[in-house]
Design a binder for this molecule. Structure first.
Ligand SMILES: [Zn+2]
Length: 82
C-alpha cells in the first residue's frame, strides 16, 4: 500500500485526498442521519415496550442509569428518550 502512494505524483495524491474528504463528509452526514433515526425509534420503543428492568452488573456505584430493560435494552431514564 505504501509503495503505491510513493509512486503517485503530488497532483494524484492531492486529488485522492480530496476524494477522501468528500467521502468523509458524506459518511458524516450518513452517521448523523442514522443517529436521528435511532433516536426517533428509541422514543417509540420507550413508549411501546413493556419494560422489565434489570440491574446492570457493570454499573459503577456512582452511575446514574443502573437499570436497563431486558427486552429493548434502553436505560431506565425517560429524559434520554424525549
Ligand atoms: Zn423495554
Amino acid at each position: 500500500m505504501f509503495y503505491i502512494y510513493t509512486i503517485m505524483s503530488v497532483e494524484q495524491l492531492c486529488e485522492q485526498n480530496q476524494e477522501h474528504r468528500y467521502e468523509i463528509v458524506e459518511l458524516r452526514e450518513k452517521i448523523l442521519k442514522l443517529e436521528k433515526i435511532i433516536k426517533s425509534n428509541e422514543k417509540v420503543i420507550w413508549n411501546k415496550c413493556e419494560h422489565e428492568w434489570e440491574w446492570d452488573t457493570a454499573c459503577g456505584m456512582y452511575d446514574r442509569n443502573c437499570y436497563y430493560c431486558k427486552h429493548c435494552k434502553l436505560w431506565r431514564n425517560h429524559y434520554m428518550y424525549q
